[in-house]
Design a protein around this ligand. Structure first.
Ligand code: PMP
Length: 401
């Protein structure tokens, strides 16, 4: 008998499991709105033109070898990544107060940051928004932090519960870590306004709460890299400390390359150097050092002004297509006279719409219309196209009437 015979079968991941179910469905009209990955109008995955160009440059460079990277990753990549999120003129970077390490996409950056905090920070509690990306509580719990939630979303308005957020952060213990979605909150698509961010900042700094930004969608929310980084930069500008996890999965379409970065902004260059030395001790026994290819693609694009410019254009085109899907879906529901207020579809930001559809309605749409989405009613707008919008609108209409 197997030594593992008494294992119980684990459930599928709630998000990635949607794709597993989708792949099993033989229907020709099936639509996958589960996973947050960009698709073209034709429903195909997209490799950006600039990524193809950068890869070509890398392949043609015969001096490139496959040696190990340092524990902290590709130095150029790290420098350019911190400039991308904090701004090229950031005083924190100029003063050498930022340490940046290349990690395995957004998830790996969150995990390394969390392991570091669990080992070295005086407060073990992290507040995450309710709801949030389903992997957050698992990443932080397994790293050894204790997870609590703060109110974020108001189902009645399908918008921000700003009062609840302020109350919950206001009663958090001094020094607690707070996870903030830098932009395009997943799964709700609801972000604070810049004025609300400023109030959050003041409250958090007054209580010495430590910000941990998760930036998985820079450029995807508004189409502008700078606009989407505004909340993070607001917190850097006051001179205080923070962590930021960056992912290039969405904004450069590098999903499977697993490219990301963890930055820790410190009070002084001296502290930043010590922090980096300790980050290396977290990383070395976990995976030794990060992979070279994806980070080289990113560095090639970020350091070449022409490639960078082309990237911003391609990024804007992806963001614009998503925004146009919001309008098409909203118009299609209005044309059908579907009962309810659907303005949140055009108000929400980023890759996802939090439809407000309940578990039963989602199950109905999957069963009768072969439309796949997470059971909380979140749909990936990036998975929609002009061809599939009418089908989705029919399904929503049938589900709510
Ligand atoms: N944070 C959030 C909020 C996300 O939505 C995602 C991707 N779904 C991630 C982090 C991490 O993604 P990745 O590890 O692929 O960069």
């Amino acid at each position: 008998d197997s030594v593992f015979a008494n294992l119980v079968q684990a459930p599928e991941d709630p998000i990635l499991g949607v794709t597993v179910a989708y792949n099993k469905d033989p229907s020709p009209v099936k639509v996958n709105l589960g996973v947050g990955a960009y698709r073209t109008e034709e429903g195909k995955p997209l490799v950006l033109n600039v990524v193809r160009q950068a890869e070509q440059l890398l392949v043609n460079d015969r001096s490139r070898v496959k040696e190990y990277l340092p524990i902290t990753g590709l130095a150029d990549f790290n420098k350019l990544s911190s400039k991308l999120i904090f701004g090229s003129d950031s005083p924190a970077i100029r003063e050498n107060r930022v340490t940046t390490v290349q990690c395995l996409s957004g998830t790996g950056s969150l995990r390394v940051g969390a392991e570091f905090l669990a080992k070295h920070y005086h407060q073990r509690v992290i507040y995450i928004p309710h709801p949030t990306w389903g992997n957050h509580p698992k990443v932080f719990t397994l790293a050894g932090l204790s997870v609590k939630t703060y109110r974020y979303y108001d189902p009645a308005t399908r918008g921000l519960n700003f009062q609840g957020l302020l109350e919950d952060l206001g009663s958090a213990p001094s020094g607690a870590i707070v996870l903030l979605h830098a932009c395009a909150h997943n799964p709700t698509g609801v972000d604070p306004t810049i004025e609300q961010w400023e109030q959050i900042r003041q409250l958090m700094r007054s209580k010495a709460l430590l910000p941990f930004f998760d930036s998985a969608y820079q450029g995807f929310a508004s189409g502008s890299l700078d606009a989407d980084a505004q909340p993070v930069r607001l917190f850097v500008a006051d001179g205080g400390e923070l962590l930021a996890a960056q992912s290039y999965a969405k904004n450069m379409g590098l999903y499977g390359e697993r490219v990301g970065a963890l930055s820790i902004v410190c009070k002084s260059a001296d502290v930043a150097a010590k922090v980096e030395s300790q980050l290396k001790l977290v990383i070395r026994p976990m995976y030794s050092n990060p992979p070279i290819h994806g980070a080289s693609i990113v560095a090639t694009i970020l350091k070449d002004s022409e490639l960078y410019r082309e990237w911003t254009i391609e990024l804007k085109a992806m963001a614009d297509r998503i925004i146009s899907m919001r309008h098409q879906l909203f118009d299609a529901l209005r044309a059908r006279g579907t009962p309810g207020d659907w303005t949140h579809i055009i108000k929400q930001i980023g890759m996802f719409t939090f439809t407000g559809l309940n578990t039963q309605q989602v199950a109905f749409m999957t069963q009768e219309y072969h439309i796949y989405m997470t059971s909380d009613g979140r749909i990936s707008m990036a998975g929609l196209s002009s061809r599939t919008v009418p089908h989705l609108a029919d399904a929503i209409h049938a589900a709510v009437t």
